[in-house]
Design a protein around this ligand. Structure first.
Ligand SMILES: [Cu+2]
Length: 428
């Protein structure tokens, strides 16, 4: 255990420096380049994960570089954290959670082509068991569903091509093809959401809301105006398996589908609603398929002189086909950068999870529980060198379980905390 911890810490530090070096080189070449605009004059800050929209006023943490006709952009985030979850299902570990995305875009035939590659070292920095997070569920390790841990993300988080082209003065079409990518389901995924930018831990409603963000096989077509986008996807509905470094096709077709409507009524807001049919998402329960639906409001706006305030309200629900029951989740999260240095963050969640989800063996698996979590944190940017910001953070959480689960968690309100260091490109 201790050797493991030491190994992880060393691996974590090595990655932090590995990530920092190329960022440094990129930023030196960047200087005062303007961010390119997309079709219909839509600002680049609106581009969220996959084909999702963010508020136009979202901060952009990326390094830009012009290479001939191509604009290259490097996004990323690396967090080393000591994560301590208390109680009977708690655990304490050091993890490295990271992702890095290289995006290249250029004009092609009157439209804009984007090529994206995003990778993560989670398979090693987090490990197959995931990082401790009370009440978190979803995906598996060694043939057993994960519980009270957030699964690692896959080495390949996205390999995608997106083409957007105007067809009239205020109308454009888009096509997204991704061997690995995000279908039109949910809001922008939490690792890429401005309201969660300084919070390294996942929402416990991840698999009720934005859990499809790494999908092996996605095709999405969209039509959009300056303010409104309607999209439809077909995709492989199976969640990533526990082998985190390969491509999880396993003979699956694009057997699931979704539709999403997004509206940016002004520079500060993104409103969206979605529906998805997920065919057999879980390898451990291949007979089960899901309806997933939800709605989200994302907000971003400048705060004070140099600050930035982002917030999200997300509702997501799953209904196992055949049960007729809707299991709901709600999260409100906020990230208030007070002055460009000090950030206060918070997240409040409610999710309805079953004994099957939480791996409580003593009762029938359909037994449902209302669980919740309240997290508060503080992040401070320490230095900004060559376009890279390093910071430290502290996050505490209280979780809420019903009395039926008191014996399982050792308390009605088990707690957790994390101390963490962050590294990412500075905002432009
Ligand atoms: Cu995820």
């Amino acid at each position: 255990m201790r050797t493991n911890l030491r190994g992880r810490t060393a691996a974590a530090l090595a990655w932090v420096f590995a990530l920092a070096a190329p960022l440094h080189a990129q930023m030196d070449m960047q200087h005062d380049m303007h961010m390119p605009e997309g079709p219909l004059g839509i600002p680049e800050t609106r581009m969220g994960s996959g084909t999702s929209w963010l508020p136009d006023a979202s901060p952009m943490h990326a390094a830009h570089l012009r290479l001939g006709a191509w604009t290259l952009m490097l996004h990323g985030s690396a967090v080393v954290q000591y994560d301590h979850q208390a109680g009977l299902r708690g655990e304490a570990r050091v993890n490295l959670i990271d992702w890095a995305m290289l995006a290249a875009s250029r004009t092609v035939a009157g439209g804009r082509l984007h090529l994206r590659g995003m990778i993560s070292s989670d398979p090693w920095g987090v490990g197959s068991r995931g990082y401790p997070l009370l009440l978190q569920t979803g995906e598996s390790d060694r043939g057993v569903p994960l519980h009270d841990h957030q699964h690692p993300h896959d080495l390949f988080m996205e390999l995608a091509a997106l083409y957007e082209r105007p067809v009239a003065r205020n109308l454009a079409v888009s096509l997204y093809a991704a061997p690995v990518g995000e279908p039109a389901v949910g809001p922008a995924a939490f690792p890429h959401r401005p309201s969660a930018v300084d919070d390294p831990l996942a929402p416990i409603g991840h698999h009720w809301q934005d859990g499809t963000h790494i999908t092996f096989g996605v095709l999405t077509a969209g039509v959009f105006t300056r303010t409104t986008k309607l999209e439809a996807s077909i995709f492989n509905g199976r969640e990533p398996d526990e082998h985190r470094t390969d491509f999880d096709y396993a003979g699956r077709a694009l057997d699931s589908y979704s539709a999403r409507l997004s509206v940016n009524p002004g520079p500060r807001w993104t409103l969206s609603v979605w529906y998805a049919y997920l065919k057999s998402p879980e390898a451990l329960h291949p007979e089960e398929s899901l309806h997933r639906l939800g709605a989200a409001a994302l907000m971003a706006q400048p705060f004070g002189g140099q600050g930035q305030w982002a917030m999200a309200l997300i509702y997501g629900a799953n209904a196992r086909i055949g049960t007729g029951r809707l299991s709901n989740s709600v999260v409100v999260e906020t990230n208030v950068d007070l002055d460009g240095t000090n950030t206060v963050l918070g997240r409040v969640e409610y999710v309805r999870k079953t004994a099957g989800d939480l791996v409580v063996a003593s009762v029938p698996p359909e037994t449902a529980y209302d669980v919740g979590a309240l997290a508060l944190g503080y992040h401070r940017a320490l230095t900004r060198v060559a376009g890279v910001t390093a910071g430290i953070g502290l996050r505490g959480a209280v979780n809420f379980v019903p009395s039926m689960l008191e014996g399982v968690y050792g308390s009605r309100a088990p707690v957790g905390f994390a101390v963490y260091c962050t590294l990412r490109p500075a905002g432009l």
